[in-house]
Design a protein around this ligand. Structure first.
Ligand code: NAD
Length: 428
């Protein structure tokens, strides 16, 4: 996947600085080495061209891995544009390389305002996509809210993350969803690896890069013990932290307890914690009452949804002063003198303060994205307007390709075993 292609047409992009393109290209190529499944799909689909002429808009984190996803989609024939799914996760050099070296229009500038963020989403929708790729359901929401003229021709959408899937299921339950969506997030080869191992490693990476505080011996609270929370808790424990988990679901709380973590309400954990990291997908899980009891110096970070998990307006209202001791740290001083340290403005710390998920896990998530886009584009009948699971054969194919790339062989069932496992008549 190398070689220079014509740059995207001038005016069909909004990026920080085209001069960053060569640096971006080097990092994209580096990431590609750890993305063997995408490489294999590129080989297959360059010949088959299953997305030929298909207009596709992606609202995704503009990172090196997304760049390689975009290259695979383009190699498969797609007519593709990208915008950012989070104002702080955009890597400006990658955006520049996509435009300059790979001819893919991008609308994304790191740190863009909310107004520019939505302008970019609408620029991506001006492409009149028949397939959208979302990470948080922003394209699909915007289409339903203010670009309904696009609904008619759409083949469907894919959704990369948990919160997006929750939103889309809520829309479907109310009968509001007017496009079929494939929940890529729910593929086993996505959330088992990306949410757990990807978020786990990169969240710790983000916290360490942001603060350079030693984790060993510290009390580290994880809010939400879902796929992301499990990974974060596991990796924090590996650093020698004393990990507390808070939950609202009894089963998840029980699992956390049996995995060896202390489990308690956040109001108790808040008094003990040196670090509190949210991964719940939920709003204001860290609220005023928790802020009021936190220890001096407590570090707050979010690795769940957007910037809503920590009640930042409440923190702002309580603070008597604020300064920025390090690039990704804002230190709030409260009236009683306590200092609370918010990382990355409460946005996804693994993306804003580190580089997001390692390429090797994104390889699997994005292989699902490619195969689902091809599935939407090549079906004889359009799927119906609801949230669909990733077809099981796609999930297995991604796992098979990843194992092959890792040079791992596995056993196969003998025909006698197949019969035994599928028959109710055979005895014990
Ligand atoms: N940072 C990243 O790169 C990244 C990657 C994947 C997913 N995500 C996001 O992370 C979030 C979590 O994803 P997941 O796959 O782990 O979801 P999940 O549904 O598996 O887990 C979320 C957990 O949070 C718990 N929870 C909800 N409200 C809570 C509260 N008030 N207090 C304590 N626990 C609460 C739920 O019971 C659930 O167990 C989502 O918003 C998802 O979009 C982020």
């Amino acid at each position: 996947m190398s070689g220079r292609k014509p740059a995207a047409a001038a005016g069909s992009c909004d990026i920080r600085d085209p001069a960053l393109a060569d640096a971006g290209q080097r990092r994209i190529e580096w990431a590609l080495e750890d993305m063997p499944v995408l490489q294999e799909l590129t080989r297959w689909f360059s010949e088959q061209q299953p997305l030929k002429g298909i207009r596709l808009s992606g609202c995704l984190h503009i990172t090196t891995e997304t760049a390689n996803l975009a290259r695979t989609l383009k190699a498969a024939g797609a007519d593709l544009v990208l915008c950012a799914s989070n104002p702080l996760s955009t890597q400006d050099d990658v955006a520049a390389a996509l435009v300059t070296h790979y001819g893919i229009p991008v609308y994304a500038i790191r740190g863009e305002s909310t107004e520019v963020y939505y302008r970019h989403i609408n620029a991506a929708l001006d492409h009149r996509p028949v397939i959208t790729l979302d990470d948080g359901a922003d394209l699909v929401s915007e289409i339903h809210k203010s670009r309904r003229e696009l609904l008619d021709g759409m083949l469907g959408s894919t959704e990369e993350t948990t919160t997006g899937v929750i939103r889309l299921r809520a829309m479907a339950a109310e009968g509001a969803l007017q496009v079929p969506v494939i929940a890529v997030n729910d593929a086993m080869t996505k959330h088992l690896f990306d949410n757990r191992y990807g978020t786990g490693q990169s969240t710790l990476d983000g916290i360490i890069r942001a603060t350079n505080i030693l984790l060993a011996g510290k009390t580290f609270t994880v809010v939400g013990y879902g796929w992301c929370g499990r990974g974060i808790a596991m990796r924090a424990k590996g650093h020698g932290a004393n990990v507390i988990v808070t939950e609202v679901e009894p089963l998840r709380a029980l699992e956390a307890a049996m995995d060896g973590f202390r489990v308690m309400p956040l109001i108790e954990a808040a008094k003990l914690s040196d670090f509190i990291v949210t991964a719940s997908g939920d709003k204001h899980v860290v609220d005023s009452m928790h802020l009021q009891v936190m220890k001096d110096g407590c570090v707050l970070a979010n690795s769940g949804h957007f910037n809503v998990e920590i009640n930042i307006p409440a923190l702002e209202a309580m603070a008597t002063g604020k300064h920025r001791p390090r690039v990704s740290v804002e230190e709030y001083t409260l009236a009683d003198g306590r200092r609370l340290r918010l990382l990355a403005e409460g946005r996804l710390v693994n993306l804003a303060a580190a580089e997001g998920h390692p390429s090797a896990v994104m390889d699997m998530s994005f292989a699902n994205q490619v195969l689902c886009a091809v599935h939407l584009a090549t079906r004889e009948q359009r799927l119906d307007n609801r949230v669909h699971d990733v077809p099981e054969d796609i999930d297995r194919e991604v796992a098979r390709l990843k194992l092959a790339a890792m040079d791992i062989q596995i056993d196969t069932l003998t025909s006698a075993q197949q019969h035994y496992l599928s028959s109710w008549q055979e005895g014990t």
